[in-house]
Design a protein around this ligand. Structure first.
Ligand code: FAD
Length: 402
């Protein structure tokens, strides 16, 4: 019996499981959390309390992975919103308000992360076979530097080893894969961290009566004035609610208390977000996240790479969430895995490395965008703006203006 083990049942993990389901007889997806049977927040995905925009490329990748599931339809039926990038948003950029066009071509999905995870997980389980989600914490890998052949797991009943023909690490930004690789004798993995010190503060409000069709509203941070970035977004989510997320880079952090929340929005270069929420009923307190740095493991460049191991999603790279890319990159990584296991026999030497390189291409695109902007803010750790960054920023301003 051929078995795959996926570490982590977040978005990246369940999509990787879908990618592998046709290539093996059984896919065991391990998660430290007991997964809720509904759209509920959980401890293992703390970022779920903050606004999550699913970009068109991410949704398209998920639909490619699950062609029979009609994900878009299920998300909308569950209360998610479909927002046109050209007509459905009110965006204040450093160059002024974006013009809203008449043509609707690309759409993103907005809803709570809990709803998104639940709908996607259900679609994966309903439209594939052989996937089993088990509660357990991965503690390490078994095998050698040449081939990974299983996972060491801690469960409620004790420690055990799960053998596998392929292991996917999708355990998120806290992944211990680099030290696990060291344990197998693979050292010297290059890592990079570029940190603008961004803090996210999020609060949910009831959508004010009459504002149900108001566009998604964003006041963007301005990276061109050598001051800390400060921004705010109102994202419509299911249940007739607005998720309001504030973000400030080092020196411009939003407050963690309800008292200062509204003031922060009113003090932005335009008070539109503050005016919209000033009469709205808050439904929660303020949640704060500091897990926002761009951080990357260049696994595709490792001198040796074991067969049987693939690392995807946040375990491979994370991005400043302001650019809304992480889930899409995780989905594109899973799609790369799916394409490779369809093309090549699972046991073929080099398959894992090929997937790792394909996933890295998606990471690179998102990384350049996020880091290229982040380096322009003051006090960024891990990088300074180069001449090329400034040139690219100048060009992107001209494009925005045009
Ligand atoms: C504040 C914030 C806002 C964001 N907004 C956006 C956005 O608008 N758009 C976007 O595309 N992305 C956004 N992101 C990024 C997005 O959250 C991640 O890219 C995405 O969750 C990655 O999915 P993943 O499956 O790789 O990891 P996760 O979703 O983090 O899942 C990891 C899973 O692994 C489990 N786990 C961890 N360790 C172990 C272990 N040892 N054994 C077993 N299980 C384990 C955890 O319980 C969890 O279920 C945001 C991130 C933050 C922090």
């Amino acid at each position: 019996m051929r078995r795959a083990v996926v570490i982590g049942a977040g978005l990246g993990g369940v999509l990787a499981a879908a990618a592998l389901s046709r290539a093996v007889d059984q896919v065991v997806v391990l998660d430290r959390d007991e997964l809720p049977d509904g759209p509920e927040h959980r401890k293992g995905v703390p970022q779920g309390r903050h606004a999550h925009l699913l970009m068109p490329g991410g949704l398209a990748a998920m639909e490619d992975l699950l062609p029979a599931a009609d994900l878009r339809k299920h998300l909308l039926a569950a209360g998610a919103h479909e927002i046109s990038l050209s007509t459905g948003m009110l965006v204040l950029t450093p160059e002024g308000f974006f013009r809203r066009w008449r043509h609707e071509r690309h759409h993103m999905i907005t809803c709570s992360r809990a709803l998104l995870d639940w709908v996607v997980r259900k679609a994966v389980l309903d439209h594939t076979s052989g996937i089993e989600i088990r509660q357990g914490q991965a503690l390490g890998l078994t095998g050698s530097a040449a081939r990974v052949d299983g996972v060491r797991v801690r469960t409620a009943s004790g420690g055990t080893e799960l053998s596998a023909d392929i292991v996917v690490d999708a355990s998120g930004r806290g992944s211990r894969v680099v030290s696990w690789l060291t344990g197998l004798g693979i050292t010297g993995v290059e890592e990079r961290n570029v940190d603008s010190g961004l803090v996210n503060a999020t609060r949910i409000y009831r959508t004010p009566p009459g504002a149900e069709r108001f566009p998604l509203t964003v006041v963007q941070a301005n990276p061109y004035v050598s001051r800390p970035g400060r921004s705010a977004v109102i994202v419509p989510i299911e249940g007739n609610r607005w998720m309001v997320s504030l973000a400030g880079s080092r020196g411009g952090e939003p407050p963690a208390e309800p008292e200062g929340f509204l003031k922060y929005t009113l003090d932005l270069p335009h008070p539109i977000v503050g005016r919209l929420i000033s009469g709205a009923e808050p439904l929660t307190g303020v949640s704060v996240s500091r897990s926002t740095s761009n951080s990357r493991r260049y696994l595709e460049k490792a001198r040796r790479w074991p067969d049987g191991l693939v690392v995807l999603g946040d375990a491979l790279a994370t991005f400043n969430p302001a650019y809304g890319q992480g889930m899409s990159v995780a989905a594109l990584g899973a799609l790369a895995l799916s394409r490779e296991v369809r093309r090549t026999e699972l046991a073929a030497p080099g398959l894992a490395r090929t997937v790792q390189r394909a996933a890295a291409r998606h990471v690179e695109a998102a990384w350049s965008l996020a880091v290229g902007q982040d380096v322009l803010f003051p006090d960024v750790r891990g990088a300074t703006a180069t001449f090329a960054d400034r040139l690219a920023a100048g060009y992107s301003r001209r494009v925005t203006r045009a």
